[in-house]
Design a protein around this ligand. Structure first.
Ligand SMILES: [Zn+2]
Ligand SMILES: [Zn+2]
Length: 250
């Protein structure tokens, strides 16, 4: 290969990095700000009944009426419920990893649209739409934000806001940098998170008005320790009801 062709090859790789052009599901080319082609997008399963009304964990088999999974039965969350839009799915998980660790901010647009399915599918979220509850992204500590350039939950919220018409409120700050939570048990996570958040200026003004509700937004719902801590602070500060919406159930 001559130098020019090699250069072009390299340049097209750079362009591919800057402008996403392939579907994360099948590798086909996609247009504009999409990260999935139409077929792969439509194939991704939404969360299906029956699922836990607290954490969105899908349950195999038949259950009449709403139920809480054995794990949630023993927990007293500060949020009313968490509603992942999708069950755990490898394509979505890969997109979330690319967004966070590959710093591919453009993927947030697709993930925010996917999160919008929660509002379309779940009647419990109708009140958030009619009363215009703000979307409150789970905050990142300044240091991690500096590394990533952006907060993925905030970028997802932005796209989710465009899909639902709900306003964005950056109500929370992460005041303490917490080590990665992925290897910690639930009890360790809770201890790790104590006092890790505070209200921003706009958050304090929002909560002081004793608003009816807020929607905490994150990429994945895993143990719920982080979103619960966010909900606890919002509730304690005056927000009457907090619900959680995530793209996916971890
Ligand atoms: Zn595809
Ligand atoms: Zn549950």
């Amino acid at each position: 290969m001559d130098h020019e062709a090699e250069g072009r090859g390299l340049w097209s790789k750079v362009l591919d990095l800057v402008y996403p052009s392939v579907c994360h599901g099948c590798g086909d080319g996609v247009a504009g700000n999409r990260s999935l082609c139409g077929a792969c997008h439509d194939e991704l399963p939404s969360l299906r009944e029956p699922f836990c009304r607290s954490c969105g964990e899908e349950f195999e088999g038949r259950i009449d009426g709403s139920f809480e999974c054995p794990n949630c039965r023993d927990l007293d969350f500060s949020f009313a419920f968490a509603r992942p839009a999708l069950p755990n799915h490898p394509v979505v998980l890969e997109m979330i990893h690319e967004l966070k660790y590959g710093r591919r901010i453009e993927i947030a647009a697709e993930l925010g649209r996917l999160a919008g399915r929660a509002f379309a599918d779940d009647p419990r979220l109708a009140v958030a739409l009619s009363e215009q509850w703000p979307l409150v992204p789970v905050p990142l500590h300044r240091r991690r934000r500096l590394w990533r350039y952006f907060n993925q939950a905030e970028e997802i919220s932005r796209s989710l806001g465009a899909a639902t018409g709900l306003p964005l409120c950056r109500a929370l700050l992460r005041t303490r940098s917490t080590s990665s939570q992925t290897r910690l048990s639930r009890a360790q996570r809770l201890k790790n998170l104590k006092g890790a958040f505070s209200l921003s200026k706009s958050g304090a003004a929002f909560a002081a008005a004793k608003p009816a509700g807020a929607v905490v937004v994150d990429d994945v719902f895993t143990t719920g320790a982080t979103t619960d801590e966010c909900a606890r602070l919002l509730r304690r500060s005056g927000v009457q009801k907090v619900v959680v919406v995530t793209v996916m159930r971890g």
